[in-house]
Design a protein. Structure first.
Length: 149
């Protein structure tokens, strides 16, 4: 199972958060998320998947994660520091996120996320990971994006 994937050009999940921090003055993010997020660059994800596929007896389940595990607030701060920007940040309480998930279920496509994405965000994360120190981190990725802007 991959952790939150960035670098693929999709405008959802962690990639959307990165874009918001880089481009907006106000950034909202989900609060009350207990398990840290370990974002992984799409290239590193592909490399890890290849290694697992080539193993003779891979384990039943692994979490493919990036080199750093952080909470949402720390992720926003890391992106802000790397980009040299200072947006105002607001944490959305868990109960409000659950209400938004219901709205997303009743009115698909209206919100920038689905109900199951919210449920997965707050779900306990299994242990057992693969990570390496030679992976692309958020700081390197954000600095690369800023160089292209």
């Amino acid at each position: 199972r991959p952790s939150e994937v960035f670098g693929g050009g999709k405008e959802e999940g962690i990639e959307s958060l990165i874009r918001d921090v880089l481009q907006k003055r106000l950034v909202v993010y989900p609060g009350g998320v207990e398990a840290p997020l370990c974002p992984i660059h799409v290239n590193d994800l592909v490399d890890q998947m290849e290694e697992i596929i080539l193993q003779e007896s891979p384990s039943d389940m692994m979490i493919l994660r990036g080199p750093q595990c952080m909470g949402f607030k720390e992720i926003v701060q890391t992106i802000s520091d790397a980009a040299g920007v200072r947006p105002m940040c607001v944490s959305i309480p868990r109960w409000m996120m659950r209400m938004a998930a219901m709205l997303a279920k009743w009115f698909p496509g209206v919100l920038p996320f689905t109900a199951d994405q919210v449920a997965r965000l707050y779900a306990p994360k299994p242990v057992g990971t693969i990570d390496r120190s030679d992976m692309i981190g958020l700081v390197e990725y954000v600095r690369e994006l800023k160089g292209q802007n």
